[in-house]
Ligand binder design. Structure first.
Ligand code: FNR
Length: 191
């Protein structure tokens, strides 16, 4: 069966480098894998248990359902001050309270992009830590930390131009597909 992955983006700005990567993933996916974007994390209010107890905001429930229905999730995010952006943490905090919790036993791949040298590695390891509590199955390797981003993108045309980065992303998507098949073996029977 074909696999379907969804992407969650941790940056809100129009010219986001991470956004360029997220939007490029569908064309980099191996045969038989479709990738579509989730809604913007900005649609979620600030997490507040009082609000939750009056009923989850519609965008939270919609995203939770889209993640549950997907075979895997790809989180693409900048690093802010050596950690993950507050808007992304807020989204994970909301999603973590929905039952059934959508990230539990979900195949998840992480991607970070930065103009800096180490490509958001620190944020990625903070993100992994939160995903342990959510019982997500986070892909170990290959790790996608796209550093020195200014030499790899055309920021006027909003394109990821670096060919080896594009090929590396394709490899990670294929690895996520392998992980998804290990988690749900029935999916691979009729491939
Ligand atoms: C940054 N940036 C940054 N980069 C990095 O590698 N490590 C870091 O800790 C931080 N910290 C940080 C904090 C804040 C508040 C901002 C706004 C930026 C730089 C960041 O990587 C750069 O702005 C990226 O272009 C942001 O990603 P998008 O929006 O282009 O996807």
């Amino acid at each position: 069966a074909p696999l379907h992955f969804v992407t969650l983006l941790g940056s809100l700005r129009k010219g986001s480098l991470n956004g360029i990567v997220a939007r490029t993933l569908p064309e980099l996916a191996p045969e038989g894998i479709t990738i579509t974007p989730l809604g913007a994390v900005a649609e979620f209010p600030h997490y507040d248990q009082d609000v939750q107890e009056q009923g989850f905001p519609a965008p939270v429930l919609t995203m939770a359902e889209q993640i549950r229905a997907a075979d895997g999730l790809i989180i693409v995010t900048p690093e802010y001050n050596y950690s993950i952006p507050g808007v992304l943490k807020n989204a994970l905090d909301w999603l973590s309270r929905v039952t059934p919790q959508p990230l539990a036993r979900k195949a998840v791949a992480l991607q970070t992009v930065s103009p800096g040298a180490i490509g958001g590695a620190r944020a990625q390891y903070h993100l992994r830590q939160s995903l342990v509590f959510l019982d997500a199955f986070v892909l170990n390797r290959p790790e996608v930390m796209i550093g020195q981003a200014m030499s790899k993108f055309d920021t006027d045309r909003l394109e990821l131009t670096d060919q080896s980065t594009r090929a590396y992303l394709t490899r990670q998507i294929a690895a996520l597909a392998d992980l998804a098949h290990q988690i749900a073996p029935h999916k691979s029977e009729d491939v």
